[in-house]
Structures are given as C-alpha cells and as structure tokens.
Design a protein around this ligand. Structure first.
Ligand code: SF4
Ligand code: SF4
Length: 247
C-alpha cells in the first residue's frame, strides 16, 4: 500500500510489469470530459482525471474489478439527478468487469474474489457479473424472519419487515449467513430493512426505501396509515361537499 506519489509509482510499475488486476472503488464522473474529478498529476505535470486513469489502466489489465455498488452499477452518486454523470466502471471504460457490489461491499467478498484470481480461477458470474458463489442466494429466501409475523412498526424484535419496505425479496447476496463485522450482525438482524444495496437498480429503483412511516409519527403501522389516509380523504370529501352547498 502507498499514498500520493508512491501510489502512482506503484501503479506505473504494475502497468509496466503487465498482467495486473485493476480494482476500482467508486463510480466514474464522465460529464465535462471527466473534469470534475482529478486523481493525480503525471510526470509531465498533466492533471489526470479519474476517467482518463481508469480508461488507460483498464485497457491492458488482466481483470477489472468493480469494488462496491458505485463502481459496479453507478450506485448512489448515479442516482438522479446525477449532475456529474457518474457511470459504472464498465460503462466508463468499455471493459467487462467483475462486479463486487454492496454499499459498502463486504471485505470478505473482495478478498475472496482477489484470492480466486490470484489462484488462477476466474469466478463464475451471474447476469449482473457478480461472483455466483457469493451472490446466487436471495436474501429473503435465506432470512431467518421468513414465515415470521409481519411487523407493523419498527422496533419489534424478530418480525418480518416486508411491509415496512424490506427489499430482501428482490436482492441477492449471502448477508444472512455471512453477516458483517466478523459475523456480528447484519441489516435485518439489527431490525433495519434490506435496502437492496447489492443490486444494479440501487438506489433509485428501490425508492422509497421505507413504507408505512410518516414524518413525526415514526412508529405508525402501514395498516394505520391506510386507515388514517381513508379518514383524511373522507374529511376532504365532506369539506368539498359543504363548500359546494354553501356556494
Ligand atoms: S425481513 Fe425482509 S428478507 Fe427477511 S423475510 Fe421479511 S421481507 Fe424477507
Ligand atoms: S442485507 Fe441488503 S442492504 Fe444489507 S448489506 Fe445485504 S444486500 Fe445490502
């Protein structure tokens, strides 16, 4: 590992040696010719944009790894309105990438994939170009809360969070068994919903993340919301009727 000039020197040395693996974290800004993000200044004193850097380095790389959802699919910075036109590494370079998504990605997923490549094995990939061994499982199918009571509000231990917006049924990954922080816990185990962070549509096509919650009334259930919305609608109708009669 290195930083600054030493890091650039290491990159140049790897390129000269050839057969290197390019691993990039973060989406690539492409608007204005990429001139919203500069990585370093080269030997000729030219500032190098992130776009130029990844395009140059991806060209001769033996493998290109997208680390995290932004590099894999664009992620949060590529969500609307995306003023710097962030693109995935594959879109920005034209190279097919091995995607290791997650927001953030799991360190085990990165280490496992790099270890496979160093051992000469190219992992089998799914249709989103994620390693199938890590991302073939549907979160919902493996979730210990499946078949449990449906939670009407956050803060109730052990209930299924689907009605509150959980995206587990649309998301793939081994989070339920691998967990995070050396197996300490994971999103749903901490009573949070799965946000769908390993999927290519994240975050825009998974929004709104939460259902059945209103500002200022954080524990109101989805059922209550519907019920109260109906009551509000009835009151509005009545007010309109009264106004018409007065007019
Ligand atoms: S909490 Fe989410 S992932 Fe778990 S069973 Fe419910 S919907 Fe599926
Ligand atoms: S459980 Fe869902 S939101 Fe949490 S890390 Fe896994 S894929 Fe991402």
């Amino acid at each position: 590992g290195a930083a600054g000039d030493q890091a650039v020197a290491q990159i140049e040395s790897a390129v000269n040696d050839g057969g290197y693996v390019l691993a990039v974290d973060g989406g690539v800004p492409t608007e204005f010719g990429g001139r919203t993000c500069y990585l370093w200044t080269d030997r000729n004193n030219n500032e190098v944009t992130a776009l130029e850097a990844v395009q140059t380095l991806a060209r001769d790389a033996a493998h290109v790894l997208s680390i995290g959802t932004c590099a894999s699919f664009g992620g949060i910075p590529a969500g609307g309105p995306n003023p710097t036109r962030i693109e995935s590494l594959a879109a920005a370079t034209g190279r097919a990438t091995i995607n290791i998504p997650g927001c953030p990605t799991h360190p085990d997923w990165v280490v496992w994939t790099v270890a496979q490549l160093l051992s000469g094995n190219v992992p089998r990939l799914d249709s989103s170009r994620r390693p199938s061994d890590l991302f073939s499982g549907n979160i919902h199918h493996r979730c210990p809360r499946r078949e449990r009571r449906t939670a009407q509000a956050f803060g109730v231990e052990g209930d299924c969070l689907e009605r509150l917006g959980c995206k587990g049924p649309r998301t793939r990954g081994d989070c339920p068994s691998r967990k995070w922080n050396s197996g300490t816990n994971w999103c749903i185990g901490a009573n949070a919903i799965c946000l769908g962070c390993t999927e290519s549509g994240f975050p825009d096509s998974f929004s709104p993340f939460y259902r059945g919650i209103q500002i200022g009334d954080p524990v109101r259930s989805g059922d209550d919301d519907d019920h109260r919305r109906d009551e509000d609608d009835d009151e509005d109708d009545e007010r309109r009727r009264n106004r018409r009669e007065r007019d």
